[in-house]
Structure formats: C-alpha cells, structure tokens
Design a protein around this ligand. Sequence first.
Ligand code: BG6
Length: 490
Amino acid sequence: MAKLLPVDEFDLIIFGGTGDLAMRKLLPALYHRDRDKQFTGASRIIALGRSKLSRKQYLDTVETALRANLAKGEFDTAFWKKFAARVEYHQVDASSPANWDALVKTLGGHEERIRVAYLATAPSLFGPIAKGLKKNALITPSSRIVLEKPLGRDLQSACEINDQVGKCFRENQIYRIDHYLGKETVQNLLALRFANSLFEPLWRRGAVDHVQITVAEDLGVGGRVEFYDRVGALRDMVQNHLMQLVCLTAMEAPSSLHHDAVRDEKIKVLRALRPIDQAAVRTNTVRGQYTAGAIKSETVPGYAEELGGEVSATETFVALKLEIDNWRWSNVPFYVRTGKRLKDKHSEIVVQFQDVPHSIFPQQKYDVVPNRLTIRLQPDEGVKLSLMAKEPGPGGFNLRSVSLDLSFEETFELRYPDAYERLLMEVLRGNPALFMRRDEVDAAWEFIDSIIEGWEETSQKVETYVAGSWGPTASSMLLDRDGRAWYPDG
Ligand code: BG6
C-alpha cells in the first residue's frame, strides 16, 4: 500500500459549510484522511454558513451526515470525538465582507499555518468572498483558495469571476476543482498511457478508428432541479468533466508531471478542437430530456414533472461528435455523451482500433470484431482489452471476441478513496496539477459557448428519451451515420 504522508498543520475554512457538498463529500473526505493519520497538530476545519447554529448543533448535523454518507462500518464513535474536536462553526454572511469578526478572531495568531478557503457556494459569491478575505487581511503568503464548479455559465461570467478572484489571489494560489481529475481511474489513464510503452505507437490516427466517452447517470436531477434548469447537461458535465476526459485521452505526453507541463498539453487539445458552430450543431450535437420511465424496475417521473409541470428546453442529455484538428487525431472522431436517468450509472472511455486490413477468415460464423480498449471509470474501475481468439475445439476455425479484463479493486484489494480525499490533500500540499488553470477554463468555455450559440440560433430541438434508456434515438443516429454504434448497447 502507498505510504500516506502527513500534511503540515492547517486551517481549512469551508464557505458553504452547511451545504450539500460539505456534508456529502468534503467532511466525509476529511474524516477519512484524518483517520488515516494525515492531519498533524491542531489542524482545524472551520465551517461557515449563514445559519445561526451553535457548535454543538453543527456537530450534530455533521455526525448525522457522516453516518449517512460513510460506507457501512466506517463510522467509528471513538474516532469521531477526535475528529469533531477539529471542527468549528461560525455564522458569516459571505456576500458581504462586514461582520466577519468571528472568523478574523478564530484565525488570529495562526498565520504560520497553511490556510485554505474552500468556496462550496454559488459562483456569484466567489468574487465577494475573495474580496472579504482580502479586506479582513486574512490572506497569508501560504493561503490558497479553492473554487468549486460551475465556474460561471459562459466565458464572460467565468472571466469576471476569475478577474475578481485574481485581484486578491495569485494564479498559483487558486485551485479550480473538477472532481473528475481526482478520480483514481482518471489518474490511471495517465499511468496507462505514459507508464506503458505498449499503447503509444497505436494511440493515434492510422491505428485508432474512433474514441467514445460515456458518463451516464441513472439518477435524475432530484432536489437540484431549480439550479439544474438554469444550467443543463452541457454546462454541468461537458464543459468540465467530459472536456477533461477528452484532454487526458488525447493529449501528448507531458515532459514531466509538473502541473504546468500537464496543463500545457491539455490546453493544446482544447485549442485544437474544431469549433462546433451554427452550421455544425445539427450534425454534430444532440440534446435530450428524459420523460417518465423505469430504472431497474422502479418507475421514475420525467424531468418536466420534476419541474412541476413546466415546459423547459433544458437538456438532461448531450451527445457530441468532436474533431481534434492536429496530426495525431485528424479524422479520428471523439464521440462523447452524458445524461441523467439513463439505464445505468456507468462511465467509460472506449478506444476503438481499426478493422483488420484484410480478413483471412472469410468463412467465419462471426465477424472479426475490431480490438477495443475500454477504460472503466465507474463502477468497477478497470481496463479491458477485447481481442479476437479462436474458439477451442475441432470442427472448424471459429473466432470469438474475448477480453483481457483487469478489475482494479480485485487487483489492489484496497478501498477506493473518493476524489475529494485526493483533491483536498493536493490543495493542502500546494500541488495544483489536478486543478484547472485559468486558460483551460477559458478555452473550455469558448468551445461550449459556440455550441450554445448554435443551439439558440438554430432553435435546435430538445429530443425526448424515456428514463431508463440510453438517450434519444438521435444519439444512436449520430454514430450510425458514420457506420458506428455506441458501446455497450446504447
Ligand atoms: C457534478 C454534477 O459535477 O458531477 C452532477 O454537477 C453530477 O450533476 C456529478 O451528478 C457526477 O459526479 P460522479 O462523481 O457521481 O460521476
């Protein structure tokens, strides 16, 4: 097992400390890291919120959240007491820099510690909070600020937020989170590509036919429907998570794992993406919205019903055909899709290699199926390589597609840490490699803005799909037109 290195003493301030992200992800992640003895000295977690709560009331809420969100058997009553001793709560109105006295007082005298402000709030508060930290003289040389997604809703709003935060923090103090970059299998993509020489000669046009990236969720929008209706799948998932997966799959080898070396290569991919403009939206994009259906035999309502019967043009599904205009990927399409209320929670990257140039097995019962490398992100993280093999036995030469299948969980027999555990530790260590640099966010928004403009200008239809399916028929047609089909069976 990898050795877990402790981090220096810190004060981690969570703005939005009573919110869903803090309860479901941040506090459980911190609990795990503390339990694995990575926190030193009197490191503190200082939660802030608008509600007037006593420390005891806040801790009760955290305890309930940990019991609900940790896996079975992971809540340890004796350890909880130690962890709770690190947690404070203060009422702060983040929208105004006034009345931050409680925070100023609690941080006073601890300037030598690593100080991290984690902004798990609406993006409209990022600028005011950065300003509040500056105005109250709370930014020390070792301070860092973490910005949760969504970072704005288009290039212009993202630039405004980045400008406001940039007036108070230097770029190397700003950590823009995309939690997909903290997922073990996403990092394993780097290991697969750059710690093995096997794939590199094949990872290009001439050998690869096309690439598919699917991030499918079976859940609907649930309690986030109001927020979601203003955002939609393109902004919520594609601008960040799917773009990052495309970058890591398509980028050239960085010269090292230094954060700027990796980010320099990722941004070259974003800049090489052929813009999907008004003329291309119809052929290269699909938008969908779910209607009522059944998932794993449970009946679920449609999106419009969740919205209270309102008519909405917000997409809960997107499929895109992307072209990367560079030497490695010219004429190798990347098809990406994501959606809510699909058949299964299932995310994977499929690299489909080319057909054999000439089959010497013309009389076969089965076709020679092209090789395929599947990188499964969730669930059951792993890597699968599909190969053709001869079925054993006499009586002809029958071919069958079989797989070399590696399940990381079975191979490593370890608990898979949540992405936030990794990302929080990277912030505390001051390593921004797994976070997005400003120019990456800008380039991703520029690409997405052009699709949104195209949709608006052409009034592109939002197709419907039944909950529990793999999305609208138009998504299958997107590949069908090119003589291809989605895996596994969408
Ligand atoms: C978030 C999106 O960024 O990612 C959610 O806002 C989505 O809508 C979630 O459900 C998916 O994350 P994961 O880790 O469950 O794949």
